[in-house]
Design a protein. Structure first.
Length: 82
């Protein structure tokens, strides 16, 4: 590999804020924020919105959407088509 064209690849902690879960892996992502990991070393930390711990596909929990309320709100706002 040519060192001049590839990004740095190193350990990074990804933190799922919704599930309060973090995991250490290797990535090309970087961050100014750091975290001290369980092994005593300091690594860059990247906050993510969702991971396998909080995603409905992996957890089996589905989010219920209020589709009836959304339709009623649309009809109130724009009226019904006649």
């Amino acid at each position: 590999m040519n060192n001049a064209i590839h990004p740095a690849y190193g350990p990074v902690v990804f933190r799922d804020r919704a599930a309060n879960h973090a995991f250490l892996t290797r990535s090309t992502m970087t961050s100014e924020r750091t975290i001290e990991w369980e092994d005593g070393n300091t690594y860059p930390v990247v906050d993510v919105e969702i991971s396998d711990v909080s995603h409905p596909f992996y957890t089996g929990n589905q989010r219920v959407l209020d589709t009836a309320g959304r339709v009623e709100r649309f009809e109130r706002r724009y009226g019904t088509a006649s």
